[in-house]
Design a protein around this ligand. Structure first.
Ligand SMILES: CC(C)(COP(=O)(O)OP(=O)(O)OC[C@H]1O[C@@H](n2cnc3c(N)ncnc32)[C@H](O)[C@@H]1OP(=O)(O)O)[C@@H](O)C(=O)NCCC(=O)NCCS
Length: 187
């Protein structure tokens, strides 16, 4: 099972990252407000971090271990405004996690909601997964709202799982089964 190189949505297109995307990725990743409630993005974001991320993402994509996509706006410049991924894929048990990041100047326009929908569609319809999950910090209500919009269920709280911004933070674990996803075709 593999994922397509390109997925066309209503307002966004997801496509594989290319090394020439590094400056655009660095541009959105360097902001502390963007990396603040993610698990994998460091701050300060290193100058070569974006290129390393893209190279690593493409190796994992080719090995069907993780699928990272650049989010570009339909009908606009082919430049990433953010990214999304299906990661930590457990093929034996047909489940995986997904995530998304949008550059700050593009927040509040529904792009992450659409990207999350495309990740769920990819996971369930193309990769034939049984279950998809996402983790979110309670301090990130916009992201939690997106998961809830798709009918994802809060399955547990990983208490004080990460040390962030001077304190131990809980992590909320959300999940959705394929049979539940079918019911939520709203978005
Ligand atoms: C979280 C993030 C992905 C949201 O992206 P976005 O494109 O602005 O999100 P959308 O516009 O699709 O939707 C956001 C939803 O959250 C809601 N929202 C925004 N701020 C909120 C808040 N403080 N409390 C509750 N809901 C909020 C919006 O109203 C919208 O819901 P609606 O469609 O019902 O109106 C973006 O802010 C981001 O990239 N943050 C940094 C990286 C990150 O945190 N990624 C997620 C890690 S789990």
């Amino acid at each position: 099972m593999t994922a397509p190189d390109k997925i066309v949505g209503k307002h966004i297109i997801l496509r594989r990252f290319n090394h020439v995307d590094a400056p655009a990725v660095y541009d959105y990743a360097k902001l502390e407000e963007v990396s603040r409630w993610t698990i994998t993005m460091p701050h300060p974001y290193p100058k070569l971090g974006a290129l390393k991320f893209i190279m690593d993402a493409n190796i994992k994509f080719n090995k069907n271990r993780q699928y990272n996509y650049a989010i570009v706006l339909k009908g606009k410049r082919d430049e990433p405004i953010g990214g999304c991924s299906i990661h930590d894929i457990d093929w034996d048990n047909k489940n995986a996690y997904f995530g998304y990041v949008i550059g700050k100047k593009h927040w509040g326009k529904g792009y992450a909601t659409e990207a999350a929908g495309l990740m769920l569609e990819l996971g369930f319809k193309i990769l034939k997964l049984h279950k998809m999950a996402a983790n979110v910090f309670p301090e990130n209500p916009a992201s939690e709202r997106i998961l809830k919009k798709y009918g994802m269920i809060l399955e547990g709280v990983q208490r004080e799982r990460y040390y962030r911004r001077g304190a131990w933070r809980d992590l909320l674990s959300y999940g959705i089964l394929e049979k539940e996803y079918k019911k939520s075709t709203k978005y």
